[in-house]
Ligand binder design. Structure first.
Ligand code: FAD
Length: 440
Protein backbone atom coordinates (compact mmCIF):
# COMPACT_ATOMS: atom_id res chain seq x y z
CA UNK A 1 0.00 0.00 0.00
CA UNK A 2 1.00 3.59 -0.57
CA UNK A 3 0.34 6.70 1.55
CA UNK A 4 0.92 10.34 0.64
CA UNK A 5 1.89 12.69 3.44
CA UNK A 6 1.06 16.26 2.50
CA UNK A 7 3.55 18.40 4.40
CA UNK A 8 2.55 21.98 5.13
CA UNK A 9 3.93 23.61 8.28
CA UNK A 10 5.46 20.46 9.70
CA UNK A 11 8.75 20.43 7.80
CA UNK A 12 10.60 17.89 9.92
CA UNK A 13 11.36 14.21 10.44
CA UNK A 14 11.40 14.24 14.27
CA UNK A 15 8.05 13.86 16.04
CA UNK A 16 5.98 14.35 12.91
CA UNK A 17 2.69 12.46 13.52
CA UNK A 18 1.40 12.80 9.94
CA UNK A 19 4.67 11.47 8.52
CA UNK A 20 4.91 8.68 11.09
CA UNK A 21 1.33 7.61 10.28
CA UNK A 22 2.08 7.53 6.55
CA UNK A 23 5.08 5.34 7.28
CA UNK A 24 2.75 2.55 8.36
CA UNK A 25 2.25 1.97 4.60
CA UNK A 26 4.86 0.10 2.57
CA UNK A 27 5.47 3.03 0.25
CA UNK A 28 5.41 6.66 1.30
CA UNK A 29 5.23 9.86 -0.75
CA UNK A 30 6.38 12.92 1.26
CA UNK A 31 4.81 15.73 -0.75
CA UNK A 32 5.06 19.50 -0.60
CA UNK A 33 2.95 21.65 -2.91
CA UNK A 34 4.21 25.17 -3.55
CA UNK A 35 1.02 27.19 -3.58
CA UNK A 36 1.36 30.30 -5.79
CA UNK A 37 -1.40 31.96 -3.73
CA UNK A 38 0.93 32.06 -0.72
CA UNK A 39 4.10 32.92 -2.61
CA UNK A 40 4.17 36.71 -2.30
CA UNK A 41 3.05 37.23 1.26
CA UNK A 42 6.55 37.70 2.64
CA UNK A 43 9.88 37.39 0.83
CA UNK A 44 11.58 36.67 4.17
CA UNK A 45 9.30 33.73 4.93
CA UNK A 46 9.44 32.46 1.36
CA UNK A 47 13.21 32.30 1.59
CA UNK A 48 13.01 30.51 4.96
CA UNK A 49 10.49 28.06 3.52
CA UNK A 50 12.73 27.23 0.56
CA UNK A 51 15.70 26.67 2.84
CA UNK A 52 13.54 24.40 4.98
CA UNK A 53 12.35 22.41 1.98
CA UNK A 54 15.88 21.93 0.66
CA UNK A 55 16.97 20.69 4.08
CA UNK A 56 13.99 18.36 4.38
CA UNK A 57 14.71 16.93 0.95
CA UNK A 58 18.34 16.24 1.92
CA UNK A 59 17.26 14.59 5.19
CA UNK A 60 14.64 12.44 3.47
CA UNK A 61 17.19 11.34 0.87
CA UNK A 62 19.47 10.14 3.67
CA UNK A 63 16.84 7.60 4.69
CA UNK A 64 16.06 6.39 1.18
CA UNK A 65 13.20 8.79 0.45
CA UNK A 66 12.84 12.17 -1.20
CA UNK A 67 10.69 15.26 -1.00
CA UNK A 68 8.28 15.25 -3.90
CA UNK A 69 7.67 18.84 -4.94
CA UNK A 70 4.80 20.13 -7.06
CA UNK A 71 3.60 23.66 -7.81
CA UNK A 72 -0.04 24.67 -8.13
CA UNK A 73 -3.32 24.19 -6.34
CA UNK A 74 -2.51 21.97 -3.33
CA UNK A 75 -5.73 19.97 -3.65
CA UNK A 76 -5.43 19.22 -7.36
CA UNK A 77 -1.71 18.42 -7.09
CA UNK A 78 -2.14 16.15 -4.07
CA UNK A 79 -4.96 14.19 -5.68
CA UNK A 80 -2.95 13.85 -8.91
CA UNK A 81 0.07 12.49 -7.03
CA UNK A 82 -2.12 10.16 -4.97
CA UNK A 83 -3.77 8.78 -8.09
CA UNK A 84 -0.48 8.45 -9.96
CA UNK A 85 0.91 6.32 -7.12
CA UNK A 86 -2.32 4.40 -6.34
CA UNK A 87 -2.26 5.76 -2.82
CA UNK A 88 -5.08 4.70 -0.53
CA UNK A 89 -4.39 7.27 2.18
CA UNK A 90 -3.38 10.91 2.47
CA UNK A 91 -2.14 12.14 5.85
CA UNK A 92 -1.53 15.72 6.93
CA UNK A 93 -1.32 17.94 10.01
CA UNK A 94 -4.58 19.63 11.02
CA UNK A 95 -4.31 23.42 10.97
CA UNK A 96 -6.51 26.28 12.18
CA UNK A 97 -6.30 29.36 9.93
CA UNK A 98 -9.30 30.09 7.72
CA UNK A 99 -7.22 29.32 4.63
CA UNK A 100 -5.96 26.02 6.04
CA UNK A 101 -9.41 24.89 7.15
CA UNK A 102 -10.85 25.58 3.67
CA UNK A 103 -7.93 23.63 2.18
CA UNK A 104 -8.64 20.66 4.47
CA UNK A 105 -12.33 20.74 3.62
CA UNK A 106 -11.70 20.79 -0.14
CA UNK A 107 -9.12 18.03 0.14
CA UNK A 108 -11.57 15.91 2.10
CA UNK A 109 -14.25 16.32 -0.55
CA UNK A 110 -11.87 15.53 -3.40
CA UNK A 111 -10.25 12.56 -1.69
CA UNK A 112 -13.67 11.09 -0.89
CA UNK A 113 -14.62 11.47 -4.54
CA UNK A 114 -11.56 9.38 -5.45
CA UNK A 115 -12.05 6.91 -2.59
CA UNK A 116 -8.86 7.92 -0.86
CA UNK A 117 -8.87 8.23 2.93
CA UNK A 118 -7.78 11.59 4.38
CA UNK A 119 -6.30 11.44 7.88
CA UNK A 120 -5.68 14.59 9.92
CA UNK A 121 -3.02 14.40 12.61
CA UNK A 122 -1.77 16.69 15.41
CA UNK A 123 1.71 18.19 15.34
CA UNK A 124 1.47 21.97 14.95
CA UNK A 125 0.94 22.68 18.65
CA UNK A 126 1.70 21.00 21.98
CA UNK A 127 -1.97 20.31 22.66
CA UNK A 128 -4.39 20.14 19.75
CA UNK A 129 -6.65 23.19 19.47
CA UNK A 130 -10.17 22.33 20.54
CA UNK A 131 -9.22 19.43 22.80
CA UNK A 132 -9.38 21.54 25.96
CA UNK A 133 -12.80 23.14 26.33
CA UNK A 134 -13.83 25.55 29.04
CA UNK A 135 -16.28 24.32 31.63
CA UNK A 136 -19.73 25.83 31.32
CA UNK A 137 -19.81 25.58 27.55
CA UNK A 138 -18.06 27.55 24.82
CA UNK A 139 -15.75 26.40 22.12
CA UNK A 140 -12.49 27.83 23.30
CA UNK A 141 -10.83 29.81 26.06
CA UNK A 142 -10.80 33.59 25.84
CA UNK A 143 -8.53 34.19 28.81
CA UNK A 144 -5.04 32.77 29.08
CA UNK A 145 -4.62 31.82 32.76
CA UNK A 146 -7.44 29.24 32.99
CA UNK A 147 -6.31 27.81 29.66
CA UNK A 148 -2.75 27.53 30.96
CA UNK A 149 -3.99 25.72 34.06
CA UNK A 150 -5.96 23.16 32.03
CA UNK A 151 -3.13 22.84 29.49
CA UNK A 152 -0.53 22.15 32.19
CA UNK A 153 -2.73 19.51 33.81
CA UNK A 154 -3.40 17.65 30.57
CA UNK A 155 -1.36 14.60 29.68
CA UNK A 156 0.24 15.23 26.34
CA UNK A 157 0.41 12.75 23.46
CA UNK A 158 3.51 10.56 23.09
CA UNK A 159 6.10 11.74 20.56
CA UNK A 160 5.80 10.12 17.13
CA UNK A 161 8.73 7.89 16.11
CA UNK A 162 11.12 9.17 13.49
CA UNK A 163 11.07 7.08 10.30
CA UNK A 164 14.15 4.90 9.98
CA UNK A 165 13.73 4.28 6.25
CA UNK A 166 11.35 5.45 3.58
CA UNK A 167 10.47 3.57 0.42
CA UNK A 168 9.11 5.67 -2.41
CA UNK A 169 6.86 4.22 -5.11
CA UNK A 170 8.87 3.68 -8.27
CA UNK A 171 8.79 6.00 -11.25
CA UNK A 172 7.68 9.13 -9.43
CA UNK A 173 9.36 12.37 -10.57
CA UNK A 174 10.79 14.23 -7.55
CA UNK A 175 10.03 17.65 -9.01
CA UNK A 176 12.33 20.63 -9.06
CA UNK A 177 12.80 22.78 -6.02
CA UNK A 178 13.28 26.31 -7.38
CA UNK A 179 16.42 28.18 -6.34
CA UNK A 180 16.07 29.80 -2.93
CA UNK A 181 14.73 33.32 -3.52
CA UNK A 182 16.12 36.43 -1.84
CA UNK A 183 14.49 37.70 1.32
CA UNK A 184 14.19 41.38 2.22
CA UNK A 185 16.13 41.34 5.49
CA UNK A 186 19.92 40.98 5.40
CA UNK A 187 20.35 39.15 8.72
CA UNK A 188 17.81 36.35 8.93
CA UNK A 189 18.44 32.96 10.54
CA UNK A 190 18.69 29.95 8.27
CA UNK A 191 15.63 27.76 7.71
CA UNK A 192 15.36 23.98 8.06
CA UNK A 193 15.22 21.20 10.60
CA UNK A 194 19.01 20.83 10.69
CA UNK A 195 19.52 24.51 11.58
CA UNK A 196 16.63 24.25 14.06
CA UNK A 197 18.24 21.33 15.86
CA UNK A 198 21.57 23.15 16.08
CA UNK A 199 19.85 26.17 17.59
CA UNK A 200 17.86 23.90 19.91
CA UNK A 201 21.01 22.16 21.17
CA UNK A 202 22.61 25.52 21.97
CA UNK A 203 19.44 26.72 23.65
CA UNK A 204 19.00 23.64 25.82
CA UNK A 205 22.69 23.61 26.67
CA UNK A 206 23.21 27.29 27.44
CA UNK A 207 20.10 29.45 27.27
CA UNK A 208 17.08 27.85 28.82
CA UNK A 209 18.33 27.87 32.42
CA UNK A 210 18.46 31.67 32.55
CA UNK A 211 15.23 32.28 30.64
CA UNK A 212 13.01 33.00 33.63
CA UNK A 213 15.17 35.95 34.73
CA UNK A 214 16.51 37.19 31.43
CA UNK A 215 13.76 36.90 28.82
CA UNK A 216 12.81 40.59 29.04
CA UNK A 217 16.39 41.84 28.94
CA UNK A 218 16.38 43.40 25.48
CA UNK A 219 20.13 43.82 24.90
CA UNK A 220 20.81 40.41 26.49
CA UNK A 221 18.85 38.74 23.68
CA UNK A 222 18.27 35.81 26.01
CA UNK A 223 15.21 34.23 24.41
CA UNK A 224 15.36 31.06 22.34
CA UNK A 225 14.84 32.61 18.88
CA UNK A 226 13.16 29.34 17.98
CA UNK A 227 9.92 30.97 16.82
CA UNK A 228 10.64 30.77 13.07
CA UNK A 229 11.38 27.05 13.44
CA UNK A 230 8.15 26.52 15.34
CA UNK A 231 6.27 28.52 12.72
CA UNK A 232 7.41 26.19 9.94
CA UNK A 233 7.38 23.05 12.03
CA UNK A 234 11.13 22.53 11.66
CA UNK A 235 10.86 21.78 15.38
CA UNK A 236 8.12 19.95 17.22
CA UNK A 237 6.43 22.21 19.78
CA UNK A 238 5.56 19.14 21.82
CA UNK A 239 9.14 17.90 21.94
CA UNK A 240 10.30 21.41 22.86
CA UNK A 241 7.75 21.67 25.67
CA UNK A 242 8.80 18.23 26.95
CA UNK A 243 12.43 19.32 26.91
CA UNK A 244 11.50 22.49 28.83
CA UNK A 245 9.49 20.53 31.37
CA UNK A 246 12.34 18.09 31.94
CA UNK A 247 14.54 21.08 32.82
CA UNK A 248 11.95 22.72 35.10
CA UNK A 249 11.91 25.72 32.78
CA UNK A 250 8.35 26.69 33.68
CA UNK A 251 8.55 30.25 32.39
CA UNK A 252 9.67 28.98 28.98
CA UNK A 253 7.04 26.23 28.79
CA UNK A 254 4.43 28.83 29.70
CA UNK A 255 5.35 30.83 26.58
CA UNK A 256 4.75 27.74 24.45
CA UNK A 257 1.32 27.64 26.02
CA UNK A 258 0.69 31.20 24.80
CA UNK A 259 1.36 29.92 21.31
CA UNK A 260 -1.14 27.08 21.78
CA UNK A 261 -3.60 29.52 23.34
CA UNK A 262 -3.72 31.69 20.21
CA UNK A 263 -4.12 28.64 17.99
CA UNK A 264 -7.22 27.61 19.89
CA UNK A 265 -8.48 31.22 19.71
CA UNK A 266 -7.93 31.24 15.93
CA UNK A 267 -9.77 27.96 15.57
CA UNK A 268 -12.89 29.54 17.04
CA UNK A 269 -12.33 32.98 15.44
CA UNK A 270 -10.93 32.35 11.96
CA UNK A 271 -11.20 36.07 11.15
CA UNK A 272 -8.78 37.00 13.92
CA UNK A 273 -6.62 39.11 11.56
CA UNK A 274 -9.43 41.37 10.47
CA UNK A 275 -12.21 41.24 13.05
CA UNK A 276 -11.83 42.42 16.64
CA UNK A 277 -12.64 39.93 19.36
CA UNK A 278 -14.15 42.81 21.33
CA UNK A 279 -15.85 45.00 18.72
CA UNK A 280 -16.75 47.68 21.26
CA UNK A 281 -13.03 48.42 21.72
CA UNK A 282 -12.40 48.59 17.99
CA UNK A 283 -13.28 52.18 17.21
CA UNK A 284 -11.97 55.64 16.59
CA UNK A 285 -8.72 54.62 14.96
CA UNK A 286 -6.93 57.54 13.34
CA UNK A 287 -5.98 57.63 9.69
CA UNK A 288 -2.45 59.08 9.71
CA UNK A 289 -0.39 57.77 6.83
CA UNK A 290 2.62 59.92 7.64
CA UNK A 291 2.82 58.67 11.23
CA UNK A 292 2.32 55.06 10.08
CA UNK A 293 5.17 55.48 7.61
CA UNK A 294 7.46 56.89 10.32
CA UNK A 295 6.63 53.94 12.53
CA UNK A 296 7.31 51.45 9.72
CA UNK A 297 10.61 53.13 8.86
CA UNK A 298 11.79 53.27 12.46
CA UNK A 299 11.80 57.08 12.38
CA UNK A 300 9.31 58.02 15.08
CA UNK A 301 11.96 59.82 17.11
CA UNK A 302 11.34 57.54 20.10
CA UNK A 303 14.55 55.50 20.13
CA UNK A 304 13.30 52.25 21.66
CA UNK A 305 10.42 52.11 19.17
CA UNK A 306 12.72 52.84 16.26
CA UNK A 307 15.22 50.21 17.43
CA UNK A 308 12.52 47.53 17.47
CA UNK A 309 11.18 48.48 14.06
CA UNK A 310 14.67 48.42 12.58
CA UNK A 311 15.45 45.05 14.16
CA UNK A 312 12.34 43.74 12.41
CA UNK A 313 13.59 44.87 9.01
CA UNK A 314 17.15 43.82 9.64
CA UNK A 315 16.53 40.32 11.03
CA UNK A 316 12.94 39.42 10.11
CA UNK A 317 12.47 38.97 13.85
CA UNK A 318 11.96 41.24 16.86
CA UNK A 319 12.43 40.72 20.58
CA UNK A 320 9.07 40.12 22.30
CA UNK A 321 9.46 43.12 24.60
CA UNK A 322 10.14 45.33 21.56
CA UNK A 323 7.07 43.86 19.81
CA UNK A 324 4.97 44.89 22.79
CA UNK A 325 6.45 48.39 22.92
CA UNK A 326 6.19 49.07 19.18
CA UNK A 327 2.68 47.62 18.91
CA UNK A 328 1.42 49.59 21.90
CA UNK A 329 3.03 52.71 20.48
CA UNK A 330 1.20 52.31 17.17
CA UNK A 331 -2.20 51.55 18.65
CA UNK A 332 -2.34 53.32 21.98
CA UNK A 333 -0.14 56.38 21.36
CA UNK A 334 -0.52 57.01 17.66
CA UNK A 335 -4.09 55.66 17.77
CA UNK A 336 -3.60 53.81 14.48
CA UNK A 337 -5.62 50.68 13.68
CA UNK A 338 -3.98 47.42 14.81
CA UNK A 339 -4.70 45.90 11.37
CA UNK A 340 -2.01 48.17 9.87
CA UNK A 341 0.41 46.71 12.41
CA UNK A 342 -0.68 43.15 11.68
CA UNK A 343 0.07 43.50 7.99
CA UNK A 344 3.41 45.26 8.46
CA UNK A 345 4.66 42.60 10.90
CA UNK A 346 3.24 39.88 8.67
CA UNK A 347 5.32 41.06 5.76
CA UNK A 348 8.64 40.86 7.64
CA UNK A 349 8.41 38.24 10.39
CA UNK A 350 9.94 34.82 9.75
CA UNK A 351 7.65 33.55 12.49
CA UNK A 352 4.64 35.52 11.22
CA UNK A 353 1.45 33.51 11.37
CA UNK A 354 -2.21 34.38 11.73
CA UNK A 355 -2.89 33.09 15.27
CA UNK A 356 0.17 34.55 16.98
CA UNK A 357 0.55 37.76 15.03
CA UNK A 358 -3.10 38.76 15.04
CA UNK A 359 -3.76 37.36 18.51
CA UNK A 360 -0.88 39.33 20.02
CA UNK A 361 -1.78 42.50 18.11
CA UNK A 362 -5.33 42.32 19.36
CA UNK A 363 -4.07 41.72 22.88
CA UNK A 364 -1.85 44.80 22.68
CA UNK A 365 -4.49 46.97 21.04
CA UNK A 366 -7.03 46.05 23.72
CA UNK A 367 -9.46 44.50 21.23
CA UNK A 368 -8.52 40.95 22.15
CA UNK A 369 -7.86 38.58 25.01
CA UNK A 370 -6.14 40.92 27.46
CA UNK A 371 -7.76 40.81 30.87
CA UNK A 372 -6.63 44.46 31.29
CA UNK A 373 -7.40 45.92 27.84
CA UNK A 374 -6.83 49.53 28.90
CA UNK A 375 -3.26 49.00 30.04
CA UNK A 376 -0.78 51.43 28.55
CA UNK A 377 2.89 51.01 27.88
CA UNK A 378 4.98 54.09 28.46
CA UNK A 379 7.79 53.49 25.96
CA UNK A 380 10.31 55.54 27.90
CA UNK A 381 9.64 53.75 31.15
CA UNK A 382 9.79 50.41 29.32
CA UNK A 383 13.08 51.41 27.71
CA UNK A 384 14.66 52.49 30.99
CA UNK A 385 13.58 49.23 32.61
CA UNK A 386 14.40 46.69 29.91
CA UNK A 387 17.32 48.46 28.18
CA UNK A 388 18.72 50.43 31.12
CA UNK A 389 22.05 51.30 29.50
CA UNK A 390 20.68 51.86 26.00
CA UNK A 391 22.68 49.00 24.48
CA UNK A 392 19.72 47.64 22.48
CA UNK A 393 18.92 51.07 21.04
CA UNK A 394 22.50 51.81 20.02
CA UNK A 395 22.71 48.37 18.33
CA UNK A 396 19.90 49.19 15.91
CA UNK A 397 19.91 53.00 15.66
CA UNK A 398 23.40 53.99 14.55
CA UNK A 399 22.53 57.71 14.51
CA UNK A 400 22.47 57.51 18.31
CA UNK A 401 25.70 55.55 18.79
CA UNK A 402 27.49 58.54 20.25
CA UNK A 403 25.10 58.97 23.19
CA UNK A 404 26.21 57.07 26.28
CA UNK A 405 24.03 55.22 28.75
CA UNK A 406 20.35 55.74 29.36
CA UNK A 407 20.41 59.26 27.89
CA UNK A 408 20.01 57.59 24.50
CA UNK A 409 16.33 56.96 25.28
CA UNK A 410 15.46 60.68 25.42
CA UNK A 411 17.58 62.53 22.87
CA UNK A 412 15.19 65.50 23.05
CA UNK A 413 16.70 66.26 26.44
CA UNK A 414 20.16 66.85 25.02
CA UNK A 415 21.36 70.43 24.51
CA UNK A 416 20.02 71.78 21.20
CA UNK A 417 23.48 71.93 19.62
CA UNK A 418 24.10 68.22 20.30
CA UNK A 419 20.64 67.26 19.07
CA UNK A 420 21.10 69.04 15.77
CA UNK A 421 24.19 67.01 14.93
CA UNK A 422 22.42 63.68 15.44
CA UNK A 423 20.49 63.46 12.17
CA UNK A 424 17.73 61.81 14.12
CA UNK A 425 14.12 63.09 14.13
CA UNK A 426 12.41 64.69 17.10
CA UNK A 427 9.47 62.67 18.47
CA UNK A 428 6.37 62.66 16.28
CA UNK A 429 4.16 65.64 16.93
CA UNK A 430 1.07 64.19 15.39
CA UNK A 431 -0.16 61.80 17.99
CA UNK A 432 -2.67 62.08 20.74
CA UNK A 433 -1.17 62.72 24.12
CA UNK A 434 2.57 62.98 23.89
CA UNK A 435 2.60 65.17 26.97
CA UNK A 436 1.57 62.15 29.02
CA UNK A 437 4.22 59.75 27.92
CA UNK A 438 7.09 62.16 27.50
CA UNK A 439 6.74 63.18 31.11
CA UNK A 440 8.91 61.09 33.43
P1 FAD B 1 10.86 32.73 23.45
O1 FAD B 1 10.72 33.80 24.46
O2 FAD B 1 12.08 31.91 23.46
O3 FAD B 1 9.57 31.81 23.63
C1 FAD B 1 9.51 30.47 23.15
C2 FAD B 1 8.36 30.31 22.22
O4 FAD B 1 7.14 30.56 22.88
C3 FAD B 1 8.37 31.25 21.03
O5 FAD B 1 9.22 30.78 20.02
C4 FAD B 1 6.91 31.26 20.64
O6 FAD B 1 6.58 30.15 19.85
C5 FAD B 1 6.20 31.14 21.98
N1 FAD B 1 5.84 32.47 22.46
C6 FAD B 1 6.55 33.30 23.22
N2 FAD B 1 5.84 34.42 23.49
C7 FAD B 1 4.67 34.29 22.88
C8 FAD B 1 3.50 35.10 22.78
N3 FAD B 1 3.40 36.30 23.38
N4 FAD B 1 2.48 34.65 22.04
C9 FAD B 1 2.53 33.45 21.42
N5 FAD B 1 3.60 32.64 21.49
C10 FAD B 1 4.65 33.06 22.21
N6 FAD B 1 4.98 35.06 17.76
C11 FAD B 1 4.96 34.28 16.68
O7 FAD B 1 5.38 33.12 16.75
N7 FAD B 1 4.48 34.73 15.48
C12 FAD B 1 4.01 35.99 15.33
O8 FAD B 1 3.56 36.37 14.23
C13 FAD B 1 4.04 36.86 16.46
N8 FAD B 1 3.61 38.15 16.36
C14 FAD B 1 3.60 38.94 17.49
C15 FAD B 1 3.10 40.25 17.38
C16 FAD B 1 3.08 41.08 18.50
C17 FAD B 1 2.50 42.49 18.39
C18 FAD B 1 3.56 40.61 19.74
C19 FAD B 1 3.51 41.49 20.96
C20 FAD B 1 4.06 39.32 19.85
C21 FAD B 1 4.08 38.48 18.74
N9 FAD B 1 4.57 37.14 18.82
C22 FAD B 1 4.54 36.35 17.70
C23 FAD B 1 4.92 36.55 20.11
C24 FAD B 1 6.39 36.67 20.55
O9 FAD B 1 6.85 37.99 20.43
C25 FAD B 1 7.31 35.74 19.75
O10 FAD B 1 6.79 34.44 19.73
C26 FAD B 1 8.71 35.69 20.39
O11 FAD B 1 9.27 36.98 20.45
C27 FAD B 1 9.60 34.77 19.57
O12 FAD B 1 10.90 34.79 20.04
P2 FAD B 1 11.55 33.53 20.75
O13 FAD B 1 11.38 32.32 19.92
O14 FAD B 1 12.94 33.92 21.13
O15 FAD B 1 10.61 33.41 22.03
Amino acid sequence: KTAVVLLTRDLRLHDNPALAAACAAERVVPLYVLDPKLADLSPNRTRFLHQSLADLRANLREIGGDLIVRTGDPIAETITVARETDATTITMAADVSGYAVRRERRLKEESERHRIALELHPGLTVVEPGTIRPGGGGDGYKVFTPYYRAWSAKSWRAEAPMPARITLPSGLAAGRLPATPDGESPHTCEGGESAARRRLATWLGQGIGGYGDAHDDMPGDATSRLSPYLRWGCLSPLALAEAGKARDADAFVRQLCWRDFYYQVARVYPKLSTEALRPAADQNWRQDDAALQHWQDGLTGVPVVDAGMRQLRDEGWMHNRARLITAAFLTKHLGIDWRSGVSWFFRWLLDGDVPNNSGNWQWTAGTGNDSRPYRRFNPIRQALRFDPDGVYVRRYVPELKGIDGAAVHQPWRLPASERRSLHYPGPLESHRDEAVWLRD
